[in-house]
Write a protein that binds this ligand. Structure first.
Ligand SMILES: [Fe+2]
Length: 393
């Protein structure tokens, strides 16, 4: 629809090669082949000019300074030339060309576009995942890129995977992290040992006891918690110690459905988490549920053991605890969790921005139990997916 007086638009209407272009005051409409006009704003088109003056031909980074685009920018001319839209702009008669395919794949008129080849296909889960956890073989991941890609995609979409038959060598999980992407270090350790050897307890973590560990996400005491967590079972011979996992996205969705007010409270109330030892004292305050622009949970944080005393206005405390306990009861509901035993040589990998992990208590007198943990950032695993897809193409 035109948003400029008809007089001004006189002579600014073309029909060429079946593509109708309609020039408005701040945007143009063009039929990209669907029979319906798509709207592209001048400032958006100008900002995405791909000529070598505006986009570096080698790095494909933007050289154009977006803030320098004039506020009164208009298209002086717009034509379809072959399979391209060609525009002459009012700022110094700059010329831009856009392929029809590029316009179609970036057509925000119809819906938000997503050109990310690693775009996720999130599948939430409950106890029905038990027995169906995506499971892979270590050597196959290392030797077959199609298996490697499938595993990365399962980490992205399910957020819980098991890898069998990993080498029983100390430090292997660190080497595997560097094979997949890069180790995400935190201040305490690059490689975390979890075992209950009296006298060797890590002072900062209850994981180094034999107690039950309730499902939690790691390191919510960071503003940017590690996105991917990998647990390598070098030894698991004790009785007990079964692993548990809960899908935080599923829990959040259930809470939102049952009690939207409680969901909103948890999405807007910062909770402080702290972890400290002689080597560090890391504190961060963030809502348990970080939402994206669509209101979907992007980051799920939950660690009962690391949560600090609630610090909020007095009239918010009751509503917070009501919502917080409701969330906690959903996490404790065994219909929402999987429980399974991991064996010596297994690696469990979780999306730590989504999936909570825990374990039952165990009896160290019945056998050894030694895990090594390493973290990665989620973006680096997504990067691996893109690179593997590019290689396969
Ligand atoms: Fe943990």
């Amino acid at each position: 629809m035109r948003d400029q007086p008809a007089e001004t638009l006189k002579n600014r209407f073309w029909t060429m090669n079946m593509n109708t272009i309609n020039l408005n005051s701040a945007s143009l409409d063009i039929d990209l082949g669907s029979g319906q006009p798509s709207q592209f704003h001048y400032v958006w088109l100008r900002d995405n000019c791909s000529c070598s003056d505006c986009t570096h031909p080698d790095t494909h980074e933007r050289i154009l300074v977006t803030s320098e685009i004039p506020d009164d920018l208009i298209a002086l001319e717009a034509n379809v030339d072959g399979d391209e839209l060609a525009i002459i702009w009012s700022d110094e008669n700059h010329q831009s060309r856009y392929s029809m395919d590029w316009l179609r794949s970036h057509n925000y008129s119809e819906s938000a576009f997503n050109t990310d080849p690693a775009a996720a296909d999130i599948q939430v889960w409950d106890k029905s995942l038990q027995g169906n956890i995506p499971t892979f073989d270590y050597q196959q991941i290392r030797s077959d890129d199609s298996v490697f890609l499938s595993w990365c995609e399962a980490v992205r979409d399910i957020g819980l995977t098991i890898i069998r038959n990993a080498p029983l060598e100390e430090g292997e999980i660190e080497r595997f992290a560097d094979y997949v992407a890069v180790v995400r270090e935190v201040i305490y350790d690059r490689l975390h040992n979890v075992r209950a050897t009296p006298g060797e307890y890590n002072a900062y973590n209850v994981a180094s006891t034999t107690l039950e560990l309730k499902p939690h996400t790691d390191m919510p005491n960071y503003n940017n918690p590690p996105g991917v967590q990998m647990f390598h079972f070098l030894v698991n011979e004790s009785i007990g110690g079964e692993s548990t996992a809960v899908d935080g996205f599923n829990i959040a969705a259930k809470l939102k459905h049952a009690d939207p007010d409680a969901f909103q409270v948890l999405a807007t109330t910062p909770v402080q988490f702290r972890m400290y030892s002689g080597r560090g004292d890391i504190i961060a305050s963030n809502p348990l549920l970080t939402l994206d622009e669509q209101g979907e949970v992007k980051v799920f944080r939950f660690s009962n053991q690391l949560a600090q005393p609630a610090n909020m206005a007095a009239d918010k405390v009751e509503a917070f605890y009501r919502a917080y306990r409701k969330l906690g009861r959903l996490i404790e509901d065994h219909d929402n969790r999987v429980q399974f035993r991991l064996e010596t040589g297994d690696i469990m990998v979780t999306n730590n921005l989504r999936v909570m992990h825990g374990r039952n208590s165990y009896d160290p007198s019945t056998g050894g139990r030694h895990l090594q943990l390493s973290y990665m950032d989620f973006c680096d695993v997504m990067s691996r997916i893109r690179m593997l897809k590019k290689q396969a193409a």
